[in-house]
Design a protein. Structure first.
Length: 200
């Protein structure tokens, strides 16, 4: 499946926010400048559709999923009987690559995805190499002991990092104790606009 392999900072600059969570002084300085030769020009006022599109792109790029995958998640969320926004959050947050990132095993979602693809992650004792695998309540996610455990241990135990409340963790192992909700996530995105984009 195709995925973006170009400069990551360009994506963040296009959205005007640091969508990757990783601190970068050079990115912070240039966030208010849209990439491209005309980036410094004053941006035109966006239409209602344009505003919805930007929120959709921001959320899609935050999780690093393709348009086809993201549309599938949005359609599933709209068909569900429960709160649409909570279902969309659950579908995105319970992706295996995202859970690996939230547990601190990977510095970024891109690194977490690579760890899964290279078979460094176990789910309930079995190796899995599918980044889009949907983690279920009670599933135990662990890092292969052969994959730089000291580096990951230092990152996991860092005082700057907080494990989300829907996950429990013991250094190189974590567990999904409940499904996440919108209140658990601090993404700078208006989810309602994303739902409206796919309701057109």
């Amino acid at each position: 499946m195709s995925r973006y392999t170009g400069p990551k900072h360009k994506l963040a600059r296009r959205e005007g926010v640091n969508i990757f969570g990783k601190a970068s002084a050079s990115l912070e300085r240039r966030l208010n400048v849209i990439p491209g030769i005309h980036g410094k020009r004053r941006a035109r006022k966006l239409s209602e559709y344009g505003i919805q599109l930007r929120e959709k792109q921001k959320l899609k790029r935050t999780y690093g999923v393709s348009e086809a995958q993201f549309r599938k998640y949005a359609m599933l969320a709209q068909k569900a009987k429960e709160n649409t926004i909570d279902i969309l959050v659950q579908l995105l947050e319970t992706r295996l690559d995202n859970v690996v990132y939230r547990l601190g095993f990977g510095k970024t979602r891109f690194q977490a995805r690579q760890m899964v693809s290279h078979r460094h992650i176990f789910v309930n004792g079995k190796k899995l190499n599918i980044p889009s695998y949907s983690v279920r309540e009670g599933d135990i996610i662990a890092v292969s002991p052969k994959f730089a455990p000291e580096e990951i241990k230092a990152r996991v135990e860092s005082e700057e990092r907080l494990t989300p409340s829907y996950l429990s963790q013991e250094t190189l192992e974590g567990k999904l104790i409940r499904l996440p909700t919108r209140d658990d996530i601090a993404n700078p995105v208006d989810y309602q606009l994303v739902i409206e984009f796919y309701s057109r």
